[in-house]
Design a protein around this ligand. Structure first.
Ligand code: ADP
Ligand code: ADP
Length: 230
């Protein structure tokens, strides 16, 4: 369970500070697929970075299972950060698809057979088992994005954070990508947080959503409840 409590964040900007987040609160249940929806500039990426512990709020608190992360540093911060993986869309073109997915495992010192096993599970999850030995550049944009998701999942994070995952991916491939996020939640038990400017993306897979406008949560809750509201 992650809670964001009254988080505010500003950036210096050119002369006048820009308020990216203003008193934002939300709660992400363990095992949920949570969507943060809002237009460009609403503060989605800033919120995602705060949740991923890459950015410290100016005010307010981010809690992981009750633990206040705001004042953590050094080893404790690194340990807590390890629970969350952010999807990084930049793949290593000199490595194979499997090699990209295996990267966090190699860095984590996971041994060969175990690595192979885990990579195999993840390639199956993303539907790219047949492409294990291919270079990422031979894949479509949507397939590449799925490889990026698999790599983020490799070290078995409890939380997966995907900032605008379908950006630059066409409608058909977006469906396959969202299915992968849904499978991560259903089959691996990963809590997934995604941001998107596209309400239809959230509608397709999210259980819970927060609508963000100009740094403020204007609505949040179960997607179904929000949809039936007048
Ligand atoms: P979104 O992801 O919804 O498009 P962002 O979180 O990227 O929104 O940005 C929210 C606001 O904060 C925007 O006005 C943006 O220009 C500003 N902003 C975000 N990050 C920075 C930064 N590192 N420095 C200055 N301004 C920033
Ligand atoms: P690279 O050439 O990019 O280094 P490799 O193909 O040699 O990549 O594989 C890198 C990692 O991926 C290794 O840990 C290997 O065990 C694993 N791996 C390679 N192919 C597969 C596969 N088909 N299924 C599961 N894991 C694989």
């Amino acid at each position: 369970m992650i809670t964001v409590e009254n988080v505010s964040k500003s950036f210096p900007g050119n002369g006048t500070p820009v308020t990216a987040l203003r008193d934002v609160s939300l709660a992400v249940d363990a095992g949920a697929l949570y969507g943060v929806v809002g237009p460009a500039g609403a503060g989605k990426s800033t919120l995602a970075r705060c949740v991923a512990l890459q950015e410290r709020p100016d005010r307010g608190v981010v809690r992981y299972d009750g633990l206040n992360t705001t004042r953590l540093d050094g080893r404790k911060l690194r340990d807590t950060r390890r629970q969350v993986a952010v999807v990084d869309t930049r793949l290593r073109d000199e490595r194979t698809v499997a090699g990209n997915v295996a990267l966090p495992l190699e860095l984590g010192g996971v041994d060969g057979p175990q690595r192979r096993n885990r990579v195999g599970t993840l390639l199956d999850l993303i539907g790219l088992t047949q492409r294990a030995g291919d270079r990422p550049e031979s894949l479509t944009p949507g397939q590449r994005r799925r490889v990026a998701v698999a790599r983020a999942l490799a070290a078995a994070p409890s939380v997966l954070l995907a900032d605008d995952p379908t950006r630059g991916v066409d409608a058909e491939e977006s469906g396959a990508l969202l299915t992968v996020l849904d499978r991560a939640r259903a089959e691996l038990g990963t809590t997934v947080v995604l941001t998107t400017p596209d309400a239809s993306v959230a509608r397709r897979v999210c259980d819970d959503v927060a609508l963000l406008e100009r740094g403020t949560v204007v609505e949040s809750g179960k997607l179904l409840d929000l949809l039936v509201k007048p």
